[in-house]
Design a protein around this ligand. Sequence first.
Ligand code: ADP
Length: 414
Amino acid sequence: MNVLVLNVGSSTIKFQLVRTDQERLTANTDEKLARGTIERLGGEAVITLRAGDRAPQTTTATLRDHRAAVEYILAWMIDGESGVGLGGRAEIDAVGHRVVHGGEQFSRSVRIDDAVLRGIEETFELAPLHNPANLRGIRAATAVLGSGVPQVAVFDTAFHQSLPPHAYLYAIPYQLYRRYRVRRYGFHGTSHRYVAHRWRQLTGTPRERTRLVTLHLGNGCSACAIAGGDSVDTSMGFTPLEGLVMGTRSGDVDPTILDFVGGKEGLSLNEAEALLNKQSGLLGISGLTHDMRELLAEEREHRDRRASLAIDIFCYRARKYIGSYLAAMGGADAIVFAGGIGENSPEIRARICAGLEWMGLTVDAQRNDALVRGREGALHADGSRLGAWVIPTDEELLIARDTYRVVTGAPARF
Ligand code: ADP
């Protein structure tokens, strides 16, 4: 089945064309036929396109809206010169959409119909920037491909709907949950789920015996405790602000800081919140950059004190979460690193794992150093009681596979 995967933002679209089915899924041989990004939609858009393993090409075009962008993507895929080899629109069998927030309504991926569209709309309040854009993407795909092509919504929050109440409730007046659904939702669910599934494939572990702490460390960062194959706790909360230190987000803070700092600096509540979301984290501490690679270079080449401090706080917070999730679950079989930092930085992995020997984790430095640029494998030494792995995440692939399963009625969970 050819699945067009769309990840739609207010002025960007990321897409992939994935060929998948049960056989390919089981053998991990799904094919990425094409991928690309469209940025600055609404004006002169910047478009990067890549067919299979060919070199990416960048071009610009005037694209008025999401519909024009989807038209553009399809025309490119069908054009013989692109190298994608799509015979025509009819060869798109289904569309899979990344939808950021599914609230409490969606605990798995679903085929999009009127009720699902209403459900996504009802969640606008919880994700005011993302869900409206996701909905525009769905409407654009319907306009271009027609309502006969099935579409599936895959939610970032869905995997975490298995959290028990003691993990998802905040210790605030219960009626705030009852009235407004204020609770921990968690995000990056597609990534944590993909990584857990791939770990099971690599180790031959059945779903119900999967006990992991997964760490998605990219620009956004989150940790997830997985027991019996299900998410039982996660570090992001009501919004993606909570939890680990991120590129520009603070992660956990005492909420009274908002009012205190707002008063001192003359900021509104909104502005103070933006400070925690956009000017904090690695950027805020270092005063230099949100980019971990650049911070590591600053530390190495200039011994920049605040770059070191930012990295130390980042690693310390991650280590604390690993410890708390191991305690919460009564142990796990492995820690898994994913995301741009988790997949590419042996140094950060080593710094996070330092001091976890007492928990039974021994890192093999050589194995750790070899795991970069998309390689997957174990970084623990033989005989280590707790495992540690790098598994490059692939959210688009999981969206394509879910789309295939939902459309064909194959078991919706794996
Ligand atoms: P996003 O969350 O936006 O998808 P990524 O998963 O691509 O982001 O992660 C981006 C982060 O990964 C940046 O902080 C970047 O510096 C970091 N990163 C990428 N490569 C390396 C590397 N070789 N060493 C350290 N950090 C890296």
